[in-house]
Ligand binder design. Structure first.
Ligand code: AAO
Length: 494
């Protein structure tokens, strides 16, 4: 009895420090990373697109003041100068207004928070006008002085956890999160964001911080702001950037007790599969059998802002917008499959891996422009506005928690499955056509394929699929079709 009570107490204690819930509004799913977007543009995007199309959340680029670097590479935002909310994306007032407007239409905001380090040598002026001297570890706008940092040394050995956590990642001045002043400043920064209505954090470079220090910091985070529609007692959702592809001393399991982690194996594996280096039939046990963390601890993605351009753990197998057919197939699989918390990358087009976002004058970020088919121009790729992707967000919302059922494969690269009786998808990654009668799990009727088109009134702008009274339908996906997927769901019934 005592043992049971004791265990229950321990479980409660663990939960009180654990921030695994996304805080999404019910009925919504799917997060988009609006990489380098401006706050005013995001506010409008929430109202015009993300809200109406069912997106649940968005990740923003770092919100705090960063070093201004020469030709304005995207990565200057990972070099903090202070915790003032002033960047090329906008100021604090604009950020607060954005969070409010997004929450009003049911879209939650997650901030990419950078507190492992401050700017490296060379970054002396901030986007908010503050000055710093990284060479003497002086950041007066926080303020931090040399007392707040670990001794200077370079990260050279991923087999040595102390080197990885106490030395400098690519020369970035390494804060000591064991120091109480440093902790206070970080906690104030995060709690200020929570007050403004954000729903959680992507913790940059979490692997480079000691789990015990992170636990102490997370343990002091305020509950979410109930004035923004969050339930009382809700904690920020935390997803930590821990790159663990195996073979290093630091493992993601050191962090999964504290929050979710960015599951880089998902990105690596899904890239290999849809590039044809692994067969689709093996996806039958997609999930922890592939070495992923548990579903509620895994923030999953096809690509992220680093690995799409070869930074971080960027293998050649990562799929990006540059290989659209495979990219859309992988994204459709990620969104159709129940595993993990999916995040969609929304990029700007690039050739040079250091190149910053589109600007009007080399400095000020340009706004995206929108075409009549929902897509973007002006240098913005906007994968989240590709029909094959946003319609799969709607698919995910339509199927909810329905179980994966009716798995079928042809023994190589053609697969299909249903989500209970709510939705059905089929994929063809073979170099010959898929043409089979398959069990969809759905009720009899005619459905609009949400990959090739959209349900519009009582019609469909793409293919239609007819399900018979036995739940079966003839599924055809030609090997040379523009998209190698078809998807139908209850809300796309004609
Ligand atoms: C820039 C310049 C640098 C300059 C520096 C300071 O590019 O030349 O020295 O400024 O002046 C971003 C950019 C950086 C940029 C930085 C600051 O990517 O280029 O530096 O802003 O402006 C590691 C970390 C991970 C980190 C990733 C990039 O663990 O946390 O590197 N990602 C985040 C952000 C990222 C940002 C920062 C952190 C810094 O998402 O945008 O940097 O705030 C192994 C380890 C990984 C490690 C990689 C790369 O990966 O496992 O943890 O990532 O090495 O060092 C195979 C292995 C895989 C291995 C990989 C690469 O895939 O399986 O494990 O190979 O070898």
């Amino acid at each position: 009895m005592f043992l049971i009570k004791g265990l229950a107490c321990l479980a409660l204690l663990a939960l009180s420090h654990a921030q695994f819930a996304t805080n999404y509004q019910s009925g919504r799913n799917g997060m988009v990373h609006l990489f380098e977007w401006k706050w005013d543009d995001i506010a409008a995007e929430c109202e015009n697109f993300l809200g109406p199309y069912g997106y649940a959340g968005l990740q923003v680029s770092p919100v705090n003041e960063n070093a201004v670097i020469g030709n304005r590479p995207w990565w200057e935002r990972y070099q903090p100068i202070s915790y003032k909310l002033n960047t090329r994306s906008g100021n604090e007032e604009q950020f607060a207004n954005m969070v409010r407007r997004c929450n009003n239409v049911g879209v939650r905001t997650y901030v990419d928070v950078v507190f492992n380090h401050m700017a490296a040598n060379g970054g002396t002026t901030g986007t908010g006008g503050s000055n710093a001297d990284p060479s003497s570890k002086s950041f007066p706008a926080v303020p931090f002085s040399s007392l707040d940092f670990n001794p200077t040394c370079a990260i050279t050995n991923y087999a040595d956890p102390t080197n990885v956590r106490n030395c400098e990642l690519v020369g970035l001045r390494d804060l000591n999160q064991g120091n109480s002043w440093v902790r206070d400043k970080i906690v104030d920064f995060l709690n200020h964001l929570t007050d403004l209505g954000v729903a959680g954090f992507r913790v940059d470079a979490a692997k480079h911080m000691w789990p015990g220090d992170l636990e102490a910091i997370y343990g002091r985070l305020n509950n979410l702001n109930t004035n923004h529609g969050f339930s009382s007692g809700a904690k920020p959702y935390i997803f930590q950037e821990v790159i663990d592809l195996g073979g290093e001393a630091i493992s993601k399991s050191e962090y999964t007790g504290l929050g979710a982690i960015t599951e880089f194996r998902h990105s690596d594996s899904i890239g290999k599969v849809f590039r044809g280096k692994d067969q689709l039939r093996y996806l039958t046990n997609w999930g922890t059998s592939w070495g992923f963390a548990a579903s509620d601890r895994s923030l999953v993605f096809v690509d992220n802002h680093d690995n799409q351009r070869g930074h971080g753990a960027g293998g050649a197998d990562v799929l990006t917008y540059k290989v659209p057919k495979q990219y859309k197939m992988a994204s459709a699989f990620m969104l159709a499959h129940p595993f993990g918390t999916p995040r969609i990358m929304s990029s700007f087009a690039f050739d040079d891996t250091d190149q910053g976002p589109p600007t009007t004058d080399g400095h000020n970020i340009a706004s995206p422009q929108f075409n009549s088919d929902n897509s973007c121009s002006g240098g913005w790729v906007c994968e989240h506005r590709w029909r094959q992707i946003y319609n799969m967000v709607a698919f995910r919302n339509a199927v909810g928690d329905a179980q994966l059922q009716n798995w079928w494969d042809n023994g190589s690269n053609q697969i299909s499955f249903s989500r209970g009786s709510q939705g059905f998808v089929a994929f063809n990654n073979d170099n010959y056509d898929l043409n089979s009668s398959l069990q969809t799990g759905l009720s009899a009727g005619t459905y609009c394929d949400v990959i090739s088109g959209t349900k519009s009134g009582s019609g469909c702008t793409g293919k239609t699929i007819t399900v018979g009274s036995d739940g079966r339908a003839n599924i055809y996906i030609g090997s040379s079709e523009e998209d190698g997927v078809v998807a139908i769901h209850v809300n796309a019934k004609l």
